[in-house]
Design a binder for this molecule. Structure first.
Ligand code: ATP
Ligand code: MG
Length: 307
C-alpha cells in the first residue's frame, strides 16, 4: 500500500486523529451556519496581489470570500482584473457595458450600484470587471489622483451602503496602476504563493513595490497574510518551498496550505466557487480552514490564531 500523500493541514496539535479532524472539517463545510466566524474588529480591505500570473490570486480571493460569506460575514469581491476571472467564478454578469469597477474608477457609478449579489450566498457581493478595464491602466495615467481612484470609491460611506465586513480586491498579474490602486485602497495585502520552483521569483519586486506604496501613498498598508497554494504532497519541492516561505515570512504565512485539487480548477467552469461545487472536497475544506484563520487573525473576539 502506498502511504497517503503528506497533508500539511492536519497536525494542528489538538490531539484528534486524522479521521476525526477530517470529519470535523467536513461538518463545518456542510453546516457552515452552525460554525459562524467572528466579525472583524473593524472592516478589513485585503488586496490579493502577486504580479506572477496563475499563482491562485483569483481562486483564493473568491473562495476565501465565499467561505467568510457562508459563515455569516458580509463580503465583497472587487474584480480589478480585465480578464474578469473573479466575475466568472462568481457567475456575475460582466459583458462590456455592465456597470463594473471600470465605471466606478471613472466616478460614473457608485460602488453599491456596480455591486451584484452572488448566487453563492446572499452575503457575497461582487463588483465585476469587464473588458473595458483593459484600457484603464492607460486612461488612469492622465487622471487626477490616479493612484487613489479606488480608495476614493471605497470610502467608508460607499462600503456602508453595501454593509460588508470584508473586501477582497483581486489584482491583475502586474504591478501597474490598477495594482497600485488596490494597494492604496487596502490596509492589508494577501500574497498567494504557488508551491513550485519559481514561486519566490519576483517576490522581492512585489515587496519593494509594497514598501514604496507604504512610504508614499498608504502608511497603513501591511503584508498581513501569505497563503501557500497548489501544494502537491507528492513532491519534495512543495515541502521545500513551504519551508522556505515559512522560514522567511514566519507568522504571516497561514498554517493552512491549499492543495492542488482538480475540483478547485473545475469549479469556475461552472460559475461556482469550490465551496458550492464540491463542499466536501479537500480544496473546499482547505479554503474554509484558511478563511477561519484569516477571520480569527482579524478579531480579538477569538484571539489571534486561536481555535
Ligand atoms: P492570473 O495571474 O492570471 O490572474 P491567478 O493568480 O488569479 O492568475 P488563478 O486564476 O486563481 O490564478 O489560478 C490559475 C489556474 O490554476 C486556474 O486555472 C485555476 O483554476 C488553477 N488553480 C488555482 N488553484 C488551484 C488549486 N488549488 N488546485 C488546482 N488548480 C488550481
Ligand atoms: Mg486572476
Amino acid at each position: 500500500m502506498t502511504p497517503p500523500a503528506s497533508d500539511p493541514n492536519t497536525s494542528h496539535g489538538l490531539g484528534w486523529t486524522p479521521i476525526e479532524e477530517e470529519a470535523q472539517r467536513a461538518a463545518r463545510v456542510l453546516h457552515p451556519e452552525e460554525h459562524t466566524l467572528p466579525r472583524p474588529d473593524r472592516r478589513r480591505v485585503l488586496t490579493v496581489a502577486n504580479q506572477k500570473g496563475g499563482v491562485g490570486k483569483t481562486t483564493s480571493a473568491v473562495n476565501l470570500a465565499a467561505a467568510l460569506a457562508v459563515h455569516g460575514l458580509k463580503t465583497l469581491v472587487i474584480d480589478l482584473d480585465p480578464q474578469g476571472n473573479a466575475s466568472t467564478a462568481l457567475n456575475i454578469e460582466h459583458r462590456s457595458g455592465t456597470p463594473s469597477i471600470y465605471e466606478v474608477l471613472l466616478g460614473e457609478v457608485s460602488l453599491a450600484d456596480a455591486a451584484a449579489v452572488s448566487e453563492q450566498s446572499p452575503n457575497l457581493y461582487c463588483v465585476p470587471a469587464t473588458i473595458d478595464l483593459a484600457g484603464a491602466e492607460i486612461e488612469l495615467v492622465s487622471m487626477t489622483s490616479r493612484e487613489a481612484r479606488l480608495k476614493e470609491a471605497l470610502s467608508a460611506e460607499a462600503i456602508d451602503e453595501i454593509g460588508v465586513d470584508y473586501v477582497f480586491i483581486d489584482c491583475p498579474p502586474s504591478l501597474g496602476l490598477l495594482t497600485v490602486n488596490a494597494m492604496v485602497a487596502a490596509q492589508e495585502v494577501l500574497i498567494p504563493i504557488q508551491c513550485e520552483y519559481y514561486a519566490l521569483e519576483g517576490l522581492g519586486q512585489l515587496l519593494s513595490n509594497i514598501e514604496l506604496v507604504q512610504k508614499h501613498l498608504n502608511r497603513e498598508l501591511s503584508v498581513s497574510t501569505i497563503l501557500l497554494t497548489m501544494y502537491d504532497g507528492r513532491t519534495k519541492l512543495a515541502d521545500q518551498v513551504t519551508q522556505e516561505v515559512r522560514n522567511h515570512f514566519g507568522e504571516v504565512v497561514l498554517k493552512t496550505v491549499i492543495p492542488r485539487s482538480v475540483k478547485v480548477s473545475e469549479a469556475p467552469g461552472y460559475g461556482q466557487t469550490v465551496l458550492a461545487y464540491d463542499p466536501g472536497s479537500r480544496g473546499a475544506m482547505s479554503y474554509m480552514d484558511a478563511a477561519r484563520e484569516v477571520a480569527e487573525r482579524g478579531s480579538t473576539a477569538n484571539g489571534r490564531g486561536g481555535n
